[in-house]
Design a protein around this ligand. Sequence first.
Ligand SMILES: [Cu+2]
Length: 157
Amino acid sequence: MANPKNKKVQENLARRKSLEERMAAQRAAELAVRRKRYLLIGGIAIVVVAAIVLIVVLSSRGSTAAVSGGRQTVSSTMTSRGISGGIRVKAGTPVTWTIKGGSGNLGCMDGVQSSLWSGFKSVRSGSSVKVTFTPPSAGTYSVTCSHGNPVCTVTVT
Ligand SMILES: [Cu+2]
């Protein structure tokens, strides 16, 4: 049965089999690398989204007043879009709220008025105004410009 032609066929078959095995191994390795890359990209995406959510949540909470000597003080910056996040204060303790007029044209955001204090307080770009009031009770109070458009809210706890 030592047919030289048969032997050649056997050799070719063996060579082909090993080649196919090597190709399969390579494909598996490539798949593993791709899977690892997707996991990494997914992980980074999750971290980025979580960071954005955290920033949005923190900025929407607004500035919390600091209490010292029976007075709460807090400061904010007015922009053409109002005061980002507003402020958080406690009921019953007098508040001094310093509002700085941000650079550039503030547009409609020309000042602040609210049921928390009397009168309209003008806010101009580049200068500061102090608003004093004592929050009567817990709740959310709206602050508007002279035109009645929302500037921000004062959260009283
Ligand atoms: Cu306005």
